[in-house]
Ligand binder design. Sequence first.
Ligand code: ADP
Length: 306
Amino acid sequence: DKHIQQIFPGSELARFVEQILKEQFTKEEEIFLHKGKNDLFLQAHGTALLGPDGSNVGVLVVLHDITRLKKLEEMRKDFVANVSHEIRTPITAIKGFIETLQDGALSHPQDAKRFLYIIERHTDRLNAIIDDLLTLSTVEKDQENNKILLDFSPIYESLLNSIETCSIKAKEKDIALVMHCDKNLKAMINGSLLEQAVSNLIINAIQYSSQGSKITLQARSSGDILIEVVDQGAGIAREHLPRLFERFYRSDKARSRTQGGTGLGLAIVKHIIEAHHGRVSVESTIGAGSIFTIHLPAANTIEKKS
Ligand code: ADP
């Protein structure tokens, strides 16, 4: 028994109702409603209710909560803005150095060589971004269409392949890669995707560790199957941890870019592990290092779920 103005004073919803009351027509509008902690986006359809004598007796309003859709739309916009920004930086650099070469630097072989090297580096960067974006969208699509096949098989081989893939990068920094994994430890996996996820974690560990340190890849069963990548690197401040797996989120922007990071590596890991019905977590201490853990459900819990 309250008037709309008493419940939502001065709100867009109250204005919407009043307008229909006054002008006696049908109206459709997106309305933002701020109520305590819950900001709501509503799709409102309203129509004036008229009595037999044509007098105004009220308003009928139907509200659809479109908050989730709005948030997804925001995320999509952010994503497009982020991709454009990431791609624009190398393109601007490439164009700049090509112009410098055209303007005369070509006749100074020493400079020309250096500029070509920079152009090559930025081209590699563009390639890495596009490759990661394609991987991300393929994993997402395949996951939606249930196209990611999982086998109950040993994880040892995938982990070993990841170590081999990353060994050259590790050697360049004189980093020791150590692996502990029982050859019979099994989980429901897609071998090549798991290998890619673990490789991404090891490559990060190498990138954010200093020369001569140690990285351990260990797997064990503890209810779930746990695969841990432990480094003795720079560590990550606590405030960054909740957002670390978002696309293009970086805790150390400058370092990531100079190391050739795309900001997509952990988002790919997250998607791959979600396709395994698992999750990824991180613990980290600044200056001491980080532990990234992949949690894969024990096979019997997946069967129960499906
Ligand atoms: P990038 O390509 O920038 O490495 P990722 O998605 O792989 O992107 O990682 C996101 C951010 O998380 C990185 O930019 C970095 O700031 C942080 N990060 C990831 N792994 C580590 C690690 N092992 N040690 C320290 N920081 C890390």
